[in-house]
Design a protein around this ligand. Structure first.
Ligand code: ATP
Ligand code: MG
Length: 648
């Protein structure tokens, strides 16, 4: 990971982009020198029924953490994402929907979107959904997911989306945590040609709930027969026939809740992150516009699922608030073939493409051919989110997918942050592979040592954010104490991200992974991301996850789980070769003590490697693996346990 390898802003980008280097510097300075004035101005990017007169009212002080933005303004998120566009762009496509099966796709204009959202809102209203009520959404990636979200927003109800890959248990836990009385689901989901029994999962979840549910609204997706309980369950298409497509818009306060979303659970029990209305929307729409350099007419595609915050902010709310055309994809990257992403890009002439390192690494494994046989001529910008992107994967993404023409925005953020905090702006900032580069407007990142002392200059430490920004989460739903405890008690007065980070001599930020994942080998602190990147840079390695384990001499040793490229045989010789390789790439201090070849790694359902489980296995704590309910494939854990390498 060289600090000096630089990919300069392409000339045509500097001239065409919304923000060039000079403008970035000026706007960033303005945003941190006078946040009140900066956000008073940018708060006007959304429409208000009653304009705000107060801008920022935030305290990070332990015991009285409180975050309020635009607190006396009155607005509505659905109004901003739909109604206000009708006059100018009613016939413009709002959502391009691409089905799991390549023969299925659909275009929905803003006018059609308005009609659908209003109908959906009326269906909910008829089921007694009112302002402040929590509505659980358990839907696949179909347009109805966006309609349902916006319908809740229209009514001032609070949605809690549960990713449709979650089990009945996880769903039940999330329904009862937020006390919702209604669930919106589908008969089945469809992903990679496989059917997911969503309604049956809901029924199984209800059986685990104490008070049951009042209503289940079922969208027909595959047409599979499902059990319907009279009085409780209703088909959406039948209910929608009984209502008009006009529903009054609820006037809500800037600080009224918009949604609850549970974190992906990489580090422990998921937290019910609460986001509110205006600050969230201002921040999501502003970052969407500037980070992706969104211009009128661009076709924008974020491959996330609406079950994750990325889907909330960058498929639905940010793009629609900006009057953009957003693509929503039901399927997976490797169905029907490894060319699917690139074929969809050609089919819909996508200009801006935003995906996750886990998808890039998986596609990289399939080689260049599936990419090269597509055109991708429409592509202008690439994005990455979710985990640190190894320089190896970055370079492949840049060279093969983007034909060395498209900048990559490596966007660092969290469910908690509502929107992107550290990222390049593509017309302003020269790129370094593997670095999220610089803070977005209004973001004040700091590195602190274990005692909380701020470290200046080129250094490595724990990443905190010193000042509030409008998109910040407001509380953990129903547990403000946990909110303060989790985010504001480690370094009092600052928001603690939980991530480790390095700042180089050019002021670029490099996320090194979770702080919990930093290993201390003979007194040297090392981010696991660095060792993993070195391993992945080896031609025979597809994925790697590195954790520490107790080591008699070094304090902590390095335990590496390595997934090999398809067709490569794991041998003792290769093991030695990899140790020597890391030693050469980083230095002797980073040589793995143990390497375990693993056909699969434990991942959350959003594709992140769950290192805490790997750590437990490396520490021999097999009985104590913690919450595994958010694992995508619990089966891999057994394999890992039975093939654990012995300590020397
Ligand atoms: P939990 O908080 O329950 O453990 P989680 O942290 O995985 O789950 P998310 O909010 O989905 O839940 O993920 C945010 C985290 O993802 C960040 O804290 C960071 O560790 C990682 N991350 C996201 N984007 C990037 C990026 N561009 N570079 C490096 N790390 C990233
Ligand atoms: Mg987290």
């Amino acid at each position: 990971m060289s600090d000096n390898e630089l990919f300069p802003v392409p000339a045509e980008w500097a001239s065409r982009a919304l923000v060039d280097a000079g403008k970035y510097a000026a706007m960033y300075a303005a945003s941190v020198n006078d946040p009140e004035a900066f956000w008073a101005e940018h708060g006007k990017r959304i429409d208000w029924f009653t304009p705000f007169t107060k801008v920022k009212n935030c305290s990070f002080e332990p015991g009285s953490v409180s975050i309020k933005w635009f607190e006396d303004g009155i607005t509505n998120v659905a109004y901003n994402c739909v109604d206000r566009h009708l006059e100018k762009r009613g016939d413009q496509v709002a959502i391009i929907w691409e089905g799991d099966d390549p023969s299925e796709s659909r275009k929905i204009t803003y006018r059609e979107l308005a009609s659908e959202v209003n109908k959906f809102a009326n269906v909910l209203r008829n089921r007694d959904v009112q302002k402040g009520d929590r509505v659980t959404i358990y839907l696949p990636m179909i347009p109805e997911a966006a309609y349902a979200m916006l319908a809740c927003a229209r009514l001032g109800a609070v949605h809690s989306i549960v990713f449709a890959g979650f089990s009945p248990d996880s769903l039940a836990g999330r329904i009862s945590d937020c006390g919702s009385k209604i669930v919106i689901t589908a008969d089945e989901g469809l992903r990679g040609g496989r059917k997911v029994p969503l309604k049956a999962n809901v029924d199984a979840a209800i059986a685990r709930l104490d008070g049951g549910l009042d209503h289940v609204v079922v969208v027909r997706r595959t047409g599979a027969p499902v059990d319907m309980e009279p009085g409780r369950d209703v088909w959406y298409h039948e209910a929608a026939e009984m209502v008009t497509d006009e529903c009054p818009v609820e006037h809500v306060n800037a600080e009224d809740p918009l949604f609850i979303l549970y974190t992906s659970g990489s580090t422990g029990k998921p937290k019910g992150v609460l986001h509110t209305t205006a600050g969230y929307l201002v921040y999501a729409s502003m970052t969407h516009q500037y980070v992706f350099d969104y211009h009128e007419g661009d076709i924008y595609w974020c491959t996330a699922d609406v079950g994750w915050v990325t889907g909330h902010s960058y498929i639905v709310y940010g793009p629609l608030a900006n009057g953009a055309t957003t693509l929503m994809f039901e399927g997976v990257p490797n169905y029907p073939s490894n060319s699917r992403f690139w074929e969809v890009i050609d089919k819909h002439k996508v200009n801006i493409f935003y995906t996750a390192p886990t998808a890039i690494r998986a596609l990289m494994q399939a080689g260049e051919e599936p990419v090269k046989k597509t055109s991708r001529a429409s592509l202008r910008l690439l994005g990455s989110v979710g985990e640190p992107i190894n320089p190896e994967a970055w370079t492949w993404y840049h060279r093969v997918v983007g034909e060395s023409r498209c900048p990559i925005v490596d966007t660092w953020w969290q469910t908690e942050t509502g929107g992107i905090l550290i990222t390049p702006l593509p017309g302003a900032i020269d790129l370094k592979p593997g670095s999220a580069t610089k803070p977005f407007f209004g973001i004040v990142p700091q590195l602190v040592d274990a005692e909380g002392k701020v470290i200046e200059g080129a250094a490595e430490g724990n990443l905190v954010i010193a000042e509030s920004w409008p998109g910040q989460m407001r509380t953990v739903y129903g547990d403000h104490e946990r909110f303060e405890q989790t985010y504001f008690s480690t370094y009092p007065g600052k928001y603690f991200t939980g991530d480790g980070c390095r700042r180089d001599a050019d002021g670029y930020y490099w996320i090194t992974g979770r702080v919990d994942d930093v290993i201390n080998v003979s007194g040297h602190r090392m981010g696991t991301a660095e060792v993993e990147s070195a391993l992945v840079a080896h031609e025979k390695v597809s994925e790697a996850a590195v954790v520490g384990f107790p080591h008699d001499i070094k304090g902590q040793g390095i335990y590496a789980y390595v997934t090999l490229m398809a067709g490569v045989t794991p041998t003792e010789e290769l093991r030695k070769e990899l140790v020597a390789w890391v030693r050469r790439e980083i230095g002797p201090i980073a040589s793995p003590d143990l390497i375990q070849f693993a056909p699969g790694l434990p991942k959350t359902r959003s594709g992140k490697i769950m290192r805490r489980i790997l750590r437990k296995i490396a520490e021999d704590q097999f009985e104590n693996l913690g919450d595994t309910s958010t694992l995508a494939d619990p089966g891999v854990v057994e394999d890992l346990v039975s093939n654990r390498q012995n300590k020397r």
